[in-house]
Design a protein around this ligand. Sequence first.
Ligand code: PMP
Length: 399
Amino acid sequence: MSHPRKLDLESKLSTQLSGIPRSGIRDFFELVIGRSDVISLGVGEPDKPTPWPIREAAIRSLEKGQTSYTSNLGLESLRIGISKYVEEHFRVSYDPKTEILVTVGVSEALDLAFRAVLNPGDEVIYHQPCYVSYGPSITMAYGVPVPVNTRLEDNFALKASDVEKAITPRTKVIALNFPTNPTGAVEPPEELEKIAALCVKHDLLCFTDEIYSELLYDGAKHKSIVEYPGMRERTVLLHGFSKAFAMTGWRLGYACAPAPLREAMMKIHQYCMLCAPIMSQMAGVEALRLGAEAYEGMRQSYEERRNFVVKRLNEMGLHCFNPGGAFYVFPDVSSTGLTGREFALKLLEEKSVAVVPGDAFGPSGESCVRCCYATAPELLEKAMDGMAAFVAKYRKAGA
Ligand code: PMP
């Protein structure tokens, strides 16, 4: 009997995947796994568990034996809660029956939104440095990612003039995320207004990822692009429970969009996901019932930690603007003579402090690192002490 040819599984994989790198965050954190000595300012998630009443709502639902599928759209009570919450926070109303879809996190909602509208070759403009999934999600939906750089000297705000330069006849969507992961940037309203006007002028769709919209500091009030004239009809608002409500593990999010867009997203969701887990949805109902009561204490404590970290970084001589939201700082480390990646690797090696190399969020973040300050204050202090000694050493070596 002849030997069968060796199976070459690589050659069987979709070519669409071949240009997509693995997440730079994940790659870096494989180095940290199993090391209990490391202080991690790495993964972007709250240090506290989900507030107790929200956990209790899920426990109660399990006790009642609520373990079934829900409507593909999500529980009606949750969609009603989302509609009320969104109206209160974004001053835009959505019909729970026709314009809201409950998803498995904002991650799924983003994927559905891109897949629902992109034809091969359609371009999506988004700002960079940005959350790691934007470029790959666009590529996997056969679209073309068109990143527009933001800069430290502009506090990583997105300039409407840069957006305008990137628009071509193939542009279909502008994707925004303010406050931004990884920079903590908040978009100035005058730029947001100009970007809204560009969407209307060029007849573009807008996907706005509002996952950090509750985590704003210095008394600022959130303003979303969906609130500007002509935007509601062309916007998909993506939001979820992971950050403000400290619910990353529940995998719960939602999309609000005009009915034809919601319907297209629903088509994909019903076949690939069916529905979000019922116990997470029950927890979500309670989270929205509590609203700010559930997250205001955490928001305040992030603000204190932001103030502490920014002060310490600037004292070390690492250039860092004061980010207006989310729970990240994105200092430029080039004064140490190291790139962001070298800085992160050596800091982990020498001081057992983990931060994420800025290039994980796009090439424009190369000279920076991302530090998530949703970490216990005493650990944050230790991490800053380690980082200060590290920076002093490399400054001296380069002097
Ligand atoms: N968008 C941004 C900007 C994020 O930072 C994250 C999570 N880090 C997500 C979406 C995904 O969130 P979820 O847990 O809701 O899938």
